[in-house]
Design a protein around this ligand. Structure first.
Ligand code: ADP
Ligand code: G6P
Length: 461
């Protein structure tokens, strides 16, 4: 039995099989996994999640860092209707402000309920009496309510890793009341930003029978929902952060520079290949700067794009458009010996990523909407020497804390161009002043501060 249990759609590792049919585990993608892994290792906690395949789930096992992994299997229809359907073609676009149109299908909703019930039952089986169970993210919003029904003795937290949309958007969801009731099964609900928490309180006040009191604070609980079954649910904002340790190492920057042809400026993008990340728009900005002859010579843009949700229509389309744009830009502005855009559609190991972050002169992070964006914080963590410059979308949650970045509006290509040029042309002194202030913020508000603040509020009520 476990005193501390995390329930997330994904385990921190994905199961694959090699050519001989032997199981191979690889790190799974995304910010949730990056942030929670060090927290779980510290608590020697139990992590319930899906191993990323539709084959039978393996038995629970402990990782080298002491995390007990408890796999939950998804059938092929769960995968299609729950994961690709309700989670990533209904909720994901709805919560990211309708960058693409959400699809509402009753059979996807049925699958969402079914899979949430499965996760809740697994948590109910493995949690010790009076344990703390921390449920994560948009895929599992019904789990807190279902788990409370099964195990009223538990202390239950819920954290949303993506934005919570404006009330007028959330209102579209045919199952909005059920989602609110599910989330409010928790004792405490956390969001990245106070604005997300306020959106949530607004919809609770307008579309449920529960009462709202107080105002939202950051890293504390001063707002509550009084539920119709007479419970108090704390609501707060807890901006997620990184474990900076792996990013604070000394890097020989000449190595990556040499590999990329000893150019003057390396501009970097690192994202899951998701339409929310604005990869196409940043390519458009680069293309226009090249066309106008405004791009400094001997500059390369390196885009690392992790494969993500590849069978979903809009992901496939985004990948096609990005790859066409890369080809077009290189075809026109590259030469036989050198390309102006380097594109890698693959996952990189941490060590390699750190070298790229540390060497890049400019990091381009231009999402249309992002709950936080840990890539921006990881880049800043690698630049404690004051080098580098971050061009960051105003619509990334990280922009609230990293306000010294070169902030751009990703819906306005001119704005991306201007901020990229400003970063390229800024004096070393200006860049250093901006970077050091952001570095201090990223180091002092690390993932430990985030998890401790949330868990303190959860367990102390
Ligand atoms: P999201 O959670 O939406 O993917 P974040 O920026 O919050 O976005 O987190 C992404 C995480 O995934 C970061 O920890 C980053 O280091 C990691 N990551 C992104 N792209 C790659 C890649 N190509 N290879 C390895 N890790 C990656
Ligand atoms: C974001 C979500 C996570 C998700 C990750 C990767 O970070 O907030 O919940 O795990 O993306 O997406 P995937 O669909 O591959 O799990």
């Amino acid at each position: 039995m476990n005193d501390f249990v995390v329930v997330a759609n994904r385990l921190p590792v994905d199961l694959h099989y090699d050519d001989n049919g032997a199981p191979v585990w690889t790190p799974s993608p995304g910010g949730l996994v990056a942030a929670l892994t060090p927290v779980l290792a510290q608590h020697h906690g139990c992590w319930i999640g899906w191993p990323g395949t539709t084959t039978e789930a393996p038995e629970p096992f402990r990782t080298e860092s002491g995390i007990l992994l408890n796999p939950v299997s998804l059938s092929q229809s769960d995968y299609e209707e729950f994961y690709e359907g309700f989670a990533n073609a209904t909720l994901w676009p709805l919560y990211h402000d309708l960058i693409v149109t959400p699809r509402y299908h009753r059979n996807w909703w049925d699958a969402y309920q079914r899979v949430n019930q499965k996760f809740a039952e697994t948590a109910a089986q493995v949690a010790a009496p009076n344990a703390t169970v921390w449920v994560q993210d948009y895929q599992l919003q019904l789990v807190p309510g279902m788990l409370r029904e099964l195990r009223p003795d538990l202390t239950i937290g819920f954290f949303l890793h993506i934005p919570f949309p404006a009330p007028d958007l959330f209102r579209q969801l045919p199952w909005r009341e059920e989602i609110l009731t599910g989330v409010l099964g928790a004792d405490m609900v956390g969001f990245h930003l106070a604005s997300n928490a306020r959106n949530f309180l607004h919809v609770v006040a307008h579309y449920s029978e529960h009462d709202v009191s107080g105002t939202v604070s950051v890293r504390d609980i001063t707002a509550h929902v009084h539920t119709s079954d007479d419970r108090q649910v704390g609501i707060g904002a807890f901006p997620i952060a990184i474990d900076p340790t792996p990013f604070l190492v000394d890097i020989d920057k000449t190595e990556v520079r040499a590999e990329l042809g000893n150019l003057d400026q390396i501009i970097l993008g690192v994202d899951r290949l998701d339409y929310t990340k604005g990869i196409l728009q940043r390519l458009q900005a680069l293309e226009e700067l090249h066309k106008a002859g405004m791009m400094p010579p001997r500059t390369v843009f390196l885009q690392i794009a992790t494969p993500s949700r590849e069978r979903i229509d809009h992901y496939r389309r985004t990948r096609n458009m990005v790859e066409q744009a890369v080809g077009r830009i290189n075809g026109r502005f590259g030469s036989l010996g050198s390309q102006v855009v380097l594109y890698q559609h693959q996952s990189f190991d941490r060590e390699r990523l750190v070298k790229l972050y540390a060497t890049a002169d400019i990091m381009l992070v231009t999402p249309f909407k992002d709950g936080m964006n840990l890539v921006a914080k990881e880049y800043v963590a690698c630049h404690g020497d004051g080098s580098g410059a971050l061009v960051l979308s105003e619509f990334a949650g990280a922009a609230e804390e990293l306000s010294e970045a070169f902030l751009c509006n990703p819906f306005d290509v001119e704005s991306i161009k201007q901020q990229l040029l400003a970063a390229l042309l800024a004096s070393p002194a200006e860049k250093q002043a901006r970077m050091l202030r952001m570095h201090e913020q990223v180091i002092s508000h690390d993932v430990n501060v985030w998890a401790t603040a949330f868990l303190r509020c959860l367990t102390l009520g």
